[in-house]
Design a protein around this ligand. Structure first.
Ligand SMILES: [Ca+2]
Length: 240
């Protein structure tokens, strides 16, 4: 009987251990597009003219981040079309993470258009389906710390069906920004990743793309400011 109890205890402990170890969340954005170690990747300008390039000035991980300057409007920013990844994952909840830092300390302490930067997932060329994650007027960005923007948003089948670009971009304010480690996950992994030092996967060292300066507009998409519906938005400061 003792042996049976011992065996049951071992089995129970094994089961507890198995359940306590969950698979790490998998970033579905490519390494080059997440970490900017080999240039700007597939990011293009959206909503006006903007200059951006991989920069070694500062970084959240690796050796470079994306430096964004000369933003024409508050909504003008580099944008990454993640339609392919979202179509593959299907309708449902996703979690987005990015790290943002102000280039100029003079922009600190301001709220509204300069102080707040959302990681905005923009789905419609008419601006009707925008989901905002992260920064708000109560949490202005800083120049000496990376701020983690993290939150969930829900992709509907209608968004997948309408054929419009599904863009990640950064909204609000014309301040210059550093951006790094932009990552995207299927499901709600906010609890798992909040406060964690989320970094981009290691880029393929053989995929050497020359850094390029991109000042082109993102096609001719008409932009209209529309209602933002943020879901589970969180902003976390990280010293770096
Ligand atoms: Ca980086």
């Amino acid at each position: 009987m003792k042996k049976v109890i011992s065996l049951l205890l071992v089995l129970a402990m094994t089961a507890c251990f198995a359940f306590s170890v969950s698979a790490a969340a998998t970033n579905i954005i490519g390494a080059d597009d997440s970490g900017f170690e080999n240039g700007v990747g597939a990011w293009t300008a959206f909503g006006g003219t903007v200059t951006f390039d991989a920069s070694a000035d500062t970084f959240h991980s690796g050796a470079k981040s994306l430096k964004v300057t000369a933003r024409q409007y508050a909504w003008t920013s580099p944008a990454l079309n993640v339609r392919t990844q979202l179509e593959a994952g299907g309708a449902g909840v996703y979690t987005g993470v990015a790290y943002v830092k102000l280039v100029n300390a003079a922009d600190e302490g301001q709220t509204g258009d300069i102080g707040s930067t959302r990681m905005l997932f923009r789905f419609s060329s008419a601006g009707a389906d925008n989901l905002g994650i992260g920064g708000d007027t109560a949490t202005p960005l800083l120049a000496d710390e990376w701020t983690q923007l993290i939150g969930t948003f829900e992709i509907t089948q209608a968004m997948l069906d309408n054929g419009n670009p599904l863009l990640i971009c950064f909204d609000n304010g014309t301040s210059d920004l550093y951006i790094d480690d932009v990552t995207l996950y299927e499901g709600d992994v906010v609890e798992e990743l909040s406060g964690e030092d989320v970094v981009a996967p290691t880029a393929d060292p053989n995929a050497t793309k020359a850094p390029t300066e991109n000042t082109a507009d993102f096609s001719s998409i008409a932009y209209a400011v529309a209602a933002i519906s943020g879901l589970g938005a969180l902003v976390i400061r990280k010293k770096k």
